[in-house]
Design a protein around this ligand. Structure first.
Ligand code: IPM
Ligand code: MG
Length: 369
């Protein structure tokens, strides 16, 4: 029986509450007897800062590097607003992405039929929505150097960030997008700002070259990033796969997420290169943040966290049958009218974080009895 080791980093805010529900699902999966997941826990973000004075300890970094997959909750909160920049909660997440070389961030935006009314757009615009945003995650302005504030000595300061992409970084993320499009609806939209940015000119050129050389069976279109944001709210169903850089991907994925009714619904997978043995480093996390305002109240929606586990089953453990099962369980529970506060609608049943976990587990039992 395969034995996998999961490294859980619940983080801050609602992170621990939603992770607790994901862990119950992990136990349920282990309990079926086909595979064994061994979980260990670490600290990241503000929780790590409080314990060790850093956003993630060297020990926990080593465990993340050794794990078969990292399952990540959320980081940050006002409590850590004044900690040194390098130790801010987000630095823990960025270090994990960088050191594990997780260059490909997959952010699906799927509108569950039961939630089409919860979207800020009309039902007909979002019903059946299924977009995959492929965000480059280890380059661009997030990591480019120089990155600093310099004192100009004349009473002025200068803030500098550097947007930088090399050919190989664009090629490998483009391939991830094209490969996904092949098993989806065969269309990639590549998004940059080549009208003002040199990195955008190169992005456009390299994506086009990869397309022509290796993926002419897939349709490729280019869309300026501002237009892409506009098109996402105008007519989201025109999109299949969107491939874009780190910063545009951050923004466009929040837009796409909200189209589906709630940020609390969307999972993500961050993947590294596949090695010779067919394995790759991976981290799975909800797209939403730590929501400190509702932390500890049992109000958080655990679905994005549990959905991230579904992605782990798919992309790290080759367990697509179990992933489908879990997706079905989530859709059914929503279909029965159960709602956490973020997606609550008239006539539906308001449940807590833990009750949502209970309902998904009960549905899993039902589906497999
Ligand atoms: C995300 C988040 C992060 C990012 C933050 C927490 C650093 O917004 O994963 O989308 O900007 O990448
Ligand atoms: Mg973001």
């Amino acid at each position: 029986m395969p034995n996998y080791n999961l490294f859980l980093l619940p983080g801050d805010g609602i992170g621990p509450e939603i992770m607790a529900e994901a862990e119950r699902i992990i136990d349920w999966l282990s309990g079926r007897g086909d595979v064994r997941f061994e979980c260990s826990h670490g600290l990241v973000g503000g929780a790590a800062y409080d314990a060790h004075g850093v956003a993630i300890s060297e020990d926990d970094m080593a465990r993340a590097l050794a794990a078969d997959a990292v399952i990540f909750g959320a980081v940050g909160g006002p409590k850590w607003d004044d900690v040194p920049y390098d130790a801010r909660p987000e630095a823990g997440l960025l270090r994990l992405r960088k050191d594990l070389k997780l260059f490909a961030n997959l952010r699906p935006a799927i509108c569950y039929p039961a939630l089409a009314e919860a979207s800020s757009l009309r039902r007909e615009l979002v019903e059946g929505l299924d977009i995959m945003i492929v965000r480059e995650l280890t380059g661009g302005v997030y990591f480019g150097e120089p990155k600093e504030i310099v004192d100009l000595g004349n009473g002025q300061k200068r803030g500098i960030d550097t947007q930088v992409y090399d050919t190989y970084e664009i090629e490998r993320i483009a391939r991830v997008a094209f490969d996904l499009a092949r098993v989806r609806r065969g269309k990639v939209i590549s998004s940059e700002k080549r009208n003002v940015m040199k990195s955008g000119v190169l992005w456009h050129e390299v994506v086009s070259d990869v397309h022509q050389a290796e993926y002419s069976d897939v349709t490729l279109e280019h869309m300026l990033a501002d237009n892409c944001g506009m098109q996402l709210v105008r007519n989201p169903k025109q999109f299949d796969v969107i491939v874009t850089d780190n910063l545009f991907g951050d923004m466009l994925s929040d837009v796409a997420a909200m189209l589906t009714g709630s940020l609390g619904m969307l999972p993500s997978a961050s993947l590294g290169e596949t090695d010779a043995g067919g394995k790759r480093k991976a981290l799975y996390e909800p797209v939403h943040g730590s929501a400190p305002d509702i932390a500890g109240q049992g109000k958080a929606n655990p679905i994005a966290m549990i959905g991230s586990l579904t992605m782990a089953l798919r992309y790290s453990f080759n367990m697509s049958a179990e992933a489908d099962l879990l997706d079905t369980a989530i859709a059914n529970v929503l279909g029965r009218g159960l709602r956490t506060a973020d997606i609550m609608q008239d006539g539906k049943t308001l449940v807590s974080t833990h009750e949502m976990g209970d309902a998904i587990l009960a549905e899993l039992d039902l589906l497999t009895e």
